[in-house]
Design a protein around this ligand. Sequence first.
Ligand code: GDP
Ligand code: CA
Length: 316
Amino acid sequence: MTKTAVICGGVGAARLLSGLVQVVPGRDLAAIVNVGDDVELHGLHVSPDLDTITYTLAGAVSEERGWGLEGETWKAMEMLGRYGGDDWFSLGDQDLGTHLYRTQRLQNGDSLSVVSAAIATAWGLEFSLLPVTNDRLRTVMTTDQHGDIGFQEYFVRHAHDVAATAVRFEGAPTSQPAPGVLDWLENAERIIIAPSNPVVSVDPVLAVPGVRDLLQRRRRQVIAVSPIIGGKALKGPADRLMKELGGTASSAGVASWYQEVAGTLVLDTIDADDAAAVEALGVRPAITDTIMSTVERSSALADFILALPCSEEAAS
Ligand code: GDP
Ligand code: CA
C-alpha cells in the first residue's frame, strides 16, 4: 500500500478519512490537521478539528451535528450560564474531559502532537494524527462589523453571519511544522487535500513554513477534493468566504485557489461542466460523486482517489 498524507480541516476531512481507513492501513496514513481553529476557553485548550477527526473516526461523533459526541449532555454549560459565564462556545460534559486532559498535559510541557496522538490512541485510531504545528497558530478574521476577531468568535459566536474582509494566520510565519509533518509530505506517494474549507481550514496548514513549498514541488502527487458542490458549500461559510476574499465559489474557483499546490482536483458529478475550466487552469479534473453522506460513499470516494494516476511519469 502506498503512503497517503491528508491535509485536513474538520468535518469534510473526517468524512474522507472514514473512507480512507477502510482501504489504507494505519501505518500508511497520516492526517495533517489545521490548528488555526484552536481556542483557549475557561483556561482550556480546545482543538476542534483534531477532536472532530478523532471522534468521527472512533465512531463516537454526533451524526446530527458532525462535531462533538453522540449522546452528549450539557450540564456544565448550563452551570456556566447560571453564573453569566461565557457560554457561547458549547463544550459538552464528556468532551470537557478531553480538553481537561489536553490542557493539563500541555501545561506539563508535552507537545500538542504527543497529546493528540495519546487521545487518538485512546479512541482506537490507528493512523497518524498530526497537528500541523505544535506552535501557537490562530486564524484571525477581519470584519467591518466587529474588527479583528478570532476564528471561533467569527464562526460560532457570530454564526459566520458577518462579512470578512481579510484573514490572517497569527503565529504561522514563525511556527515550525510538527514532528513528522514534512517527512510525511515528502515521502507520501499521494497527498490529498481533503474537502475542507480552503480559506480557513487548508490555507492555515499551508501557511506553516515549508508546507506550501513542499506541495508546490510535489504538485503532481497532490489531489484536492472540492468542498464546493454546485456553487455551494455543503455546510459552513466556504462559498461565501471564497467570494469575499477574491475567489469564486465553484469547483473551478477551488482549482484556481489550489492551482499552485494541487495537480488534480476531484470535482462532483454535479459540476462536470466545470471540468474544462479546471483543465484550463492546468489542474487535471477527475469527476465522481463526492457527497459523503454514508461511510460507503466515503469509501467509494477514497477508492476513486487512490486509483487516480499521480506518479511523476503519469503526470503531463
Ligand atoms: P470544519 O473544520 O468542521 O468546518 O470543516 P472542514 O473545513 O473540514 O469542512 C467544511 C467544508 O467541507 C464545507 O465547505 C463542506 O462543503 C465540505 N464538506 C463537508 N462534507 C463534505 C462531503 O461529504 N463532500 C464534499 N465534497 N465536501 C464536504
Ligand atoms: Ca474547522
